[in-house]
Design a protein around this ligand. Structure first.
Ligand code: HAM
Length: 421
């Protein structure tokens, strides 16, 4: 029969890979908790309007990449392409800000974008997502970036570059936007068809265009730094000072506009040379008008998301270093040995030892092979001879050494030996 395969761009994470995923998630939880962040879990499905209103109607994500469907003719729903909008929706819905003016939240899970799959770009991918709501002090911007860098350092990531920019606020952005608009109109012929459309719908998006000729033409465009208002400038200057306090090196990339419309003031990305076109491991920024625009109070916010697939593919300690190990494999031959093994294997499991055995009646040789495959530290060998002589062989699989143990009180002896390791 024809087999059914997975959907293009949707990947399985196999048991030999889940170890590194759990490690990354665990370290993120530890580090974020130190910074006062708590986990929130939000649904993967939301009303389409949530993303249209937050990410922006004329972004690539909303225009081309969302998995949207009409739910039984009732309403349009979308598989979340990112988590920020959902986290804010949840905070507004549960009136979080009436209990506490500051919410430091993180969430980990799958996101969905219908992009063209390639290395580092998938249609289902995972993000570690952080949001800090309620504070507009530039110290928070620095703190959030510090936390991101600390997390990436904990993952032993090297050759990364932090790029920052300011996108201004409701005061200065419109002035910049209209200057940019004039420039783009004058140079319209230098830009691709998509960009010519963007001039009208969302001129800032032209900075994001990957077409070479557009990239060259945009080099001459005005930058927000030329129009930035006093308050935004002060915010940006302080952020840079605070980053210096923590010796965080950064570059200013004044062409970085990010692919989502909600950003104000600080934006940042962590990029690498090693991923080809998909070079961003993490991205984020401030979004001071977003909560209000989604029907909540006038609460500022800042956050980021790390792409887990990209991060894991670049970690110097590879997937194989995190493969689960076993403490004990029991290789047993014959009925008596199997009976004892079955009892012992489950008894030590209950005491917290990771153990396994063979139930398929395989030869001793193939059972030893299986012990090796399962990455077991020790193997207890119970052959016919051993049972007859009331003994077992206890083998250290790493060292290749072996000791003989008496079968009386075997469970306690094994527990002691394993716990002493
Ligand atoms: P974003 O830049 O769209 O930001 O995504 C963040 C990260 O997710 C990217 O840097 C990348 O590592 C990863 N990523 C994005 N698309 C894909 C894909 N198709 N395949 C694999 N990885 C991908 C956001 O999503 C914002 N919500 C971040 C944020 C939080 N801003 C404020 N708070």
């Amino acid at each position: 029969m024809e087999k059914i395969t997975s959907v293009r761009g949707f990947n399985d994470i196999l048991p030999q890979e889940t170890g590194i995923w759990q490690y990354v998630e665990g370290r993120a939880r530890d580090i974020f908790t130190n910074f006062g962040f708590r986990e929130i879990r939000v649904p993967v499905l939301e009303k389409t309007d949530l993303f249209k209103r937050s990410i922006g109607e004329s972004t690539d994500i909303v225009e081309k990449e969302m998995y949207t469907f009409l739910d039984r003719g009732d309403e349009y729903l979308t598989l979340r392409p990112e988590a920020t909008a959902s986290v804010i929706r949840a905070c507004i819905e549960h009136a979080v800000f009436t209990f506490d003016p500051v919410a430091r939240l993180f969430t980990i899970g799958p996101m969905f974008r219908r992009e063209r799959p390639q290395k580092g770009r998938y249609r289902q991918f995972h993000q570690i997502n952080v949001e800090c709501l309620g504070l507009d002090d530039p110290r928070i911007d620095a703190e959030v970036i510090l936390m991101l860098i600390q997390f990436l350092n904990a993952m032993e990531m090297t050759a990364l570059r932090l790029q920052i920019n300011s996108l201004g606020c409701q005061e200065c952005r419109p002035v910049f936007r209209s200057n940019l608009y004039d420039f783009l109109l004058r140079r319209e012929n230098d830009f691709c068809e998509d960009c010519r459309r963007r001039v009208v719908t969302n001129p800032l998006r032209v900075f994001d265009c990957k077409v070479n000729s557009c990239q060259a033409a945009i080099d001459h465009a005005p930058r927000l730094s030329g129009f930035i208002c006093g308050k935004c400038k002060d915010h940006f200057t302080k952020l840079k000072e605070y980053l210096n306090i923590f010796d965080i090196s950064f570059e200013i990339n004044d062409k970085m506009v990010r692919g989502l419309d909600y950003y104000t003031r600080t934006t940042f990305e962590v990029v690498t040379e090693s991923l080809g076109a998909q070079n961003a491991i993490a991205g984020g920024g401030r979004y001071d008008g977003l909560v209000k625009s989604l029907g909540g109070p006038d609460v500022p916010g800042i956050g980021f998301a790390v792409g887990m697939e990209r991060l894991i593919s670049l970690m110097p300690r590879g997937v194989e270093e995190f493969v689960d190990t076993l403490d004990l494999f029991i290789a047993a031959l014959g009925d008596d040995a199997q009976r004892l093994a079955f009892k012992l294997c489950n008894a030590v499991r209950i005491k917290g030892i990771r153990s396994d055995m063979d139930y398929a009646g395989k030869s001793l040789k193939s059972q030893m092979k299986r012990a090796d495959k399962l990455n077991s530290y020790y193997t207890l060998i119970l052959g016919d001879n051993e049972i007859r002589e009331n003994r077992a062989e206890f083998r250290d699989m790493r060292k290749g050494s072996q000791v003989t143990l008496g079968l009386d009180r075997i469970e306690e002896t094994i527990l002691k030996l394993i716990k002493e390791r």
